[in-house]
Write a protein that binds this ligand. Structure first.
Ligand SMILES: NC(=O)c1ccc[n+]([C@@H]2O[C@H](COP(=O)([O-])OP(=O)(O)OC[C@H]3O[C@@H](n4cnc5c(N)ncnc54)[C@H](O)[C@@H]3O)[C@@H](O)[C@H]2O)c1
Length: 82
């Protein structure tokens, strides 16, 4: 899904940002979605490991987004950026 970056420059504090149950909880889904829209996330959770897992998901998403942006750049610019 395309990212609009409409939350660039914003910080979102998400409580309960981890997931302890099966699948993806509401807090984690919210944190990932806001990050994808460009916000910086403070992922807060009683369970530190669960918050770390969400933070890693956000970092992975950013890396994926960066790679996709680089692929969309013209070849000349891509090599200059390395
Ligand atoms: N996920 C769904 O589709 C869904 C649907 C309807 C209702 N619910 C309800 O929503 C609630 C959350 O479930 P979930 O599946 O979204 O997430 P989850 O239970 O997987 O995760 C909730 C997270 O909140 C953290 N947490 C709990 N209390 C906290 C506190 N005081 N401060 C900081 N962090 C705290 C937990 O450590 C956990 O990581 C549950 O009551 C669930 O029954 C969930």
């Amino acid at each position: 899904m395309a990212m609009s970056n409409r939350l660039a420059g914003k910080v979102a504090i998400v409580t309960g940002a981890g997931t302890v149950a099966e699948g993806m909880g509401n807090g984690k889904a919210t944190a990932l979605l806001l990050a994808r829209e460009g916000a910086r996330i403070a992922a807060v959770d009683l369970n530190r490991a669960a918050a770390e897992t969400t933070a890693e998901g956000i970092r992975k998403g950013r890396r994926r987004g960066d790679r996709a942006r680089r692929r969309r750049q013209p070849l000349g610019r891509r090599s200059r950026d390395r």
